[in-house]
Write a protein that binds this ligand. Structure first.
Ligand code: GAL
Length: 416
């Protein structure tokens, strides 16, 4: 801990000893505005309130967080950073590189974060060996959410291959249902694309194209095939998909208007918030072809450097609360994600949560764990946004598959 931080913390201690009350308050910038997300956020707010920490809410709606990051940049540029910010992967690294984030090493050492947080998350929670963010969870994007009653009505078994997946959607469409519930927003198109790349070429191809940005892979026949699969999925969405928020697409599956949704497991938070139970009203399974792999993203709270000692106390208390085993269970069972700690029992989690925890451990051990491109864990924001532009342009018919693959090579080269 820096000398300055020690002095500021001791000032807070003095304040506490003289007045007996330190009005600890955190202003939190986040994008958790859907029903399920708000329910999970409430777990955090109530937990902090129980620790005497007040909450000033700074929600910025917009799935995937890109709008939130734009607002954050404006706040920091104005010299008025929030106390804590929900942040993903490479964005944490960018802000840390700017020296904007507080050092959490003392708390991390006191609570043995090095031992309980998976390496894959530490890669993003730390910068130059210093802890700069507290991970709340592990989400993953290669999930299909299915309406059980519709599967039974149409006689559909869980698809294990791409062809079976397409046949199931065709059956739903032929029966007059929406086969694939989807929201036509770039981040949602990209969320599906994670799985198309993994499904076509497996871990090696995903690593080469999404992480290493190998132009050979980005312009390859496999990339063309990934875009061709996106075009197949485009044929299974409803006419009103464009601009739809992700949680409204989840509601289409929950209500039985649609058979499937390909979405990160934050979608499960919507089904739970609607009073549904995993394995009963809805099913979860990995996108066919991606079994054995997990494309993950972790929501982390980055603490911005603040000068006020009381705010620093509140940041430490918030980071401590986020990492507590009890909170990790209470929050993640509502959010749809799995814990950011490896020492949490799965017993409190539902069937999808227990599957997710087991598959995360297996993928981590077996070389199948990869950062989601769509959610900031494969590359920096400029590359991610360049990919978004090509993927959504293709999904909206501006490019055919071959052109899209060529555009990926060009767009990524310009963004690197
Ligand atoms: C992800 C985030 C999730 C959820 C989702 C939809 O990036 O990790 O917690 O908010 O976006 O907005």
């Amino acid at each position: 801990m820096t000398i300055l931080r020690k002095l500021q913390l001791s000032a807070a201690a003095v304040a506490l000893s003289t007045t007996g009350v330190v009005a600890q308050e955190v202003e939190v910038l986040h994008w958790w505005t859907s029903g399920g997300e708000a329910a999970a956020l409430n777990v955090l707010r109530e937990d902090l309130a129980g620790n005497g920490i007040g909450w000033t809410d700074m929600p910025v709606a917009g799935g995937g967080g890109s709008d939130a990051m734009t607002v954050l940049r404006a706040r920091v540029t104005a010299g008025d950073p929030p106390t804590a910010v929900q942040m993903l992967g490479f964005s944490i690294q960018d802000w840390a590189a700017e020296g904007a984030l507080a050092n959490l090493n003392d708390l991390a050492a006191e609570q043995n974060w090095n031992d309980v947080v998976p390496e894959a998350l530490q890669r993003f929670s730390t910068y130059d060996g210093d802890w700069v963010a507290a991970p709340v969870n592990v989400h993953s994007t290669n999930w299909v959410w299915a309406n059980t009653a519709l599967m039974e009505e149409l006689g559909i078994e869980q698809p294990g291959t791409w062809d079976e997946f397409v046949a199931a959607m065709q059956a739903a469409q032929d029966a007059g249902y929406t086969a694939l519930a989807h929201g036509g927003q770039a981040w949602q198109d990209a969320t599906i694309f994670d799985s198309m790349v993994m499904g076509v070429g497996g871990p090696e191809f995903y690593q080469a194209a999404m992480v290493d940005l190998d132009p050979e892979a980005l312009g390859s026949a496999q990339m063309v095939e990934a875009f061709e699969r996106m075009a197949v999925l485009r044929g299974f969405v409803d006419d009103n998909f464009s601009g739809r928020d992700w949680n409204l697409a989840s509601a289409m599956v929950a209500n039985g208007d649609a058979l499937f949704q390909i979405m990160g497991d934050w979608a499960k938070g919507e089904f739970i918030n609607a009073g549904q139970t995993a394995g009963e009203e809805f099913q979860c399974f990995r996108v066919p072809g991606t079994e054995g792999t997990v494309t993950f993203n972790s929501d982390q709270f980055a603490m911005f450097n603040v000068t006020d000692a009381t705010a620093m106390e509140a940041q430490t208390a918030m980071a401590s609360a986020v990492m507590s085993p009890e909170f990790q269970v209470a929050f993640n069972t509502v959010k749809g994600s799995v814990p950011a700690r490896t020492d949490i029992s799965p017993e409190a989690f539902d069937a999808c949560g227990q599957m997710g925890m087991a598959q995360l451990a297996e993928a981590a051990a077996g070389g199948g764990l990869f950062g989601s491109m769509a959610h900031g864990h494969a590359n920096n924001p400029s590359v991610q946004n360049a990919m978004y532009d090509v993927i959504t342009a293709h999904f909206n018919g501006e490019y055919d598959a071959e052109t899209a693959a060529q555009e990926m090579v060009t767009a990524v080269e310009l963004a690197m």
